[in-house]
Design a protein around this ligand. Structure first.
Ligand SMILES: Cc1cc2nc3c(=O)[nH]c(=O)nc-3n(C[C@H](O)[C@H](O)[C@H](O)COP(=O)(O)OP(=O)(O)OC[C@H]3O[C@@H](n4cnc5c(N)ncnc54)[C@H](O)[C@@H]3O)c2cc1C
Length: 360
């Protein structure tokens, strides 16, 4: 570890995606200095249709926000990220990108994170919001640090409604056919327009029949998920096979959206992962969001659960607690959240097991 820290903050958050931003926003109400370390510069992630409740930003920060600062209803990941990121910038949260944390640890009165380029960052408390492959989880749960493959994947794609000749239902739809499950959802347009014809259409197709290609491409190794299956990893024959399956199993209009994405080779194969937590806290470190617990996206509750983690942490960790006994405050956070997130993780595992069993 380098001798002196690049920056000392009250709260150091590893991971600058949705859980990290929501946690930073919730803790910002206490006037803490907050630094968020994010490894990527590319925030253009897709795959999730997130249900954003009315007034989420106000709940998180305890302050009023401009109407539309974070759109409500079913939103694409990118729109939610943009709203949270703008609010974090407004709240004075320091977000450092290109900061890939390799190791974390604890000294007497602080926790620290070391980045791949050798920089050290310190905080009175360190929050791991670094997703399902969390580095911070290695410290919090060293005996069981890894999320595991749930033995199926979700094919995911997004189409512009204007590129399709069919009209879409206004609401999310959940369909089952043979061994497959499909979630289809209309989203507002990239420019925020909710008008028909300007919307985008998202879909997630759950499939337990293509695990072999995940393993042969290295996307999954043993029980561990390394990365998603990218279009370049997928041979033409696989796209042809998916197109034939879509024609057989999915009705219009969702079939049209899937075929349009297949024609553009704009399909991602995301292995489903799960993590059932034994704990959320060790000393001055704690976990939130997918770093703390991971459920199948079929439950559709990852985002809402991460928001509850953030709100609960901010209730337990106020300035007096940070000054006098941060460890005890984090233990209160764990006591409040662990039973609920274990229940959700268990029910997600049951959903996955039923799906894989009925597909097999
Ligand atoms: C295909 C798919 C569909 C989903 N659908 C839904 C849905 O319909 N509804 C719903 O509620 N949820 C859904 N989810 C889950 C939801 O997206 C997450 O639960 C939620 O966004 C919380 O994510 P997170 O911020 O904890 O983790 P992530 O989004 O994984 O973010 C972790 C962040 O940490 C960064 N990071 C990781 N390691 C390091 C490191 N070492 N150093 C620095 N930074 C690091 C990453 O770059 C990333 O930005 C879905 C997930 C997937 C994969």
């Amino acid at each position: 570890m380098s001798a002196s820290p690049e920056r000392m903050s009250d709260i150091l958050i590893v991971g600058g995606s949705l859980a990290g931003l929501m946690t930073g926003l919730a803790l910002s109400r206490h006037g803490f200095s907050i630094t968020l370390l994010e490894r990527s510069t590319d925030t253009d992630r897709t795959g999730a249709a997130l249900q954003v409740g009315y007034g989420l930003l106000e709940q998180l920060t305890g302050r009023p926000h401009a109407t539309g600062a974070l759109a409500t209803g079913v939103q694409a990941w990118q729109s939610v990220y943009r709203g949270l990121r703008a609010a974090a910038d407004g709240a004075g949260i320091v977000v450092l990108q290109n900061a890939c944390v390799e190791a974390t640890g604890e000294a007497e009165d602080r926790a620290w994170a070391r980045t791949a380029d050798g920089r050290r960052f310190d905080g009175k408390v360190l929050v791991g919001a670094d997703g399902y492959q969390s580095v911070v989880r290695r410290q919090v749960s060293p005996e069981r640090p890894d999320a595991v493959f749930a033995e199926y994947l979700a094919w995911v794609g997004f189409a512009e409604e204007s590129a399709l000749s069919v009209r879409y239902p206004p609401n999310l739809e959940f369909l089952e056919s043979g061994p497959y499950v499909l979630l289809g959802f209309p989203l507002t347009a990239a420019d925020g327009s909710p008008e028909r014809g300007h919307r985008r259409v998202g879909w997630g197709w759950y499939d337990a029949g293509h695990n072999a290609i995940l393993r042969s491409t290295g996307a999954v190794e043993g029980p561990l998920v390394r990365h998603s299956l990218r279009p370049n990893d997928m041979p033409d024959a696989l796209f042809d096979e998916l197109a034939a399956l879509a024609r057989r199993h999915w009705p219009s209009p969702w079939r049209d959206a899937i075929l349009e994405c297949i024609a553009r080779k704009a399909v991602l194969g995301t292995p489903v992962v799960e993590y059932y937590p034994d704990r959320l806290v060790a000393g001055r470190m704690c976990l939130v969001g997918d770093a703390a617990h991971v459920c199948t996206p079929m439950t559709g509750n990852g985002f809402a659960t991460a928001a509850q983690d953030a709100l609960t942490l901010a209730r337990c960790l106020d300035p007096a607690a940070l000054r006098t006994d941060p460890n005890a405050a984090l233990m209160r956070y764990e006591a409040s959240r662990l039973p609920e997130v274990r229940r959700l993780a268990r029910s997600g595992q049951q959903i996955s097991q039923n799906f894989v069993r009925s597909a097999g």
